[in-house]
Design a protein around this ligand. Structure first.
Ligand SMILES: N[C@@H](CCC(=O)N[C@@H](CS)C(=O)NCC(=O)O)C(=O)O
Length: 211
């Protein structure tokens, strides 16, 4: 029998990882469909029916087809992931602020730099520019995590899963987490959550049905 959720993504993709991590930490089984970005499978007419932006991830749940990883985290937090939703309107607002900031500053700084380092190899000045964006964002994150266990409140929320997912491949972009001690301490708290897995341990390289 098909699982309630089907995740379309790539094992190389940080936003795919965010959604897979959330589903896993919430104990939700999902069927997985590998989308080969190198072959352009995300730009085919069939895939564009799932995600008009031509990107992974996509999550299907019953009649709903969802894209944009951070909004998928919010969707899941309204259902089986309620323990990651934050409590009360103020915490939920702070969570949304973190997720907007991640999209605005952290994701480009870290994951564009990784894309340039690993795949695109543009003029080094381009990579250096994005690296500085990433370093600046990591400095902000480090300052705001100083003395705190998690980003919002006392418990992990989708803000932590969003920001962690964004940082998970930072070493591939040659960011050394040792330069940001509060980020490193928080990283260790997130990776200690029950059921936690790093991206390459979590995401398959081919289609996989839930057990
Ligand atoms: N804001 C989107 C970003 C998704 C994204 O950038 N996905 C990449 C893979 S990591 C992708 O599909 N890139 C192909 C493209 O944009 O054409 C999200 O969070 O879901």
């Amino acid at each position: 029998m098909a699982a309630a959720y089907t995740l379309y993504g790539s094992f190389l993709s940080a936003p795919t990882y965010k959604v897979a991590l959330m589903l896993t930490l919430c104990g939700q089984a999902y069927d997985y469909r590998h989308v080969d970005l190198a072959k352009g499978e995300h730009k085919t007419p069939d895939f564009l029916q799932l995600n008009r932006y031509g990107q992974v991830p996509v999550l299907r749940h019953g009649a709903l087809t969802l894209c944009q990883s951070n909004t998928i985290l919010e969707y899941l937090a309204e259902g089986p992931g309620s323990k990651f939703a934050g409590s009360g309107p103020t915490e939920r607002q702070r969570i949304r602020e973190w997720m907007m900031w991640e999209t605005d500053r952290l994701y480009p700084g870290i994951n564009r730099t990784r894309f340039f380092e690993r795949f695109a190899k543009p003029d080094p000045a381009v990579t250096d520019f994005m690296r500085k964006v990433g370093e600046q964002a990591l400095g902000v994150l480090d300052g705001l995590l100083d003395g705190k266990r998690f980003l919002v409140g006392e418990r992990p929320t989708i803000a932590d899963l969003c920001v962690f997912g964004c940082l998970a491949h930072m070493a591939e972009a040659r960011f050394d987490i040792g330069h940001w001690p509060a980020v490193k301490a928080w990283w260790e708290r997130v990776t200690a959550l029950p059921g936690f897995l790093l991206p390459y341990d979590l995401l398959p390289k081919a289609d996989r049905d839930a057990a």
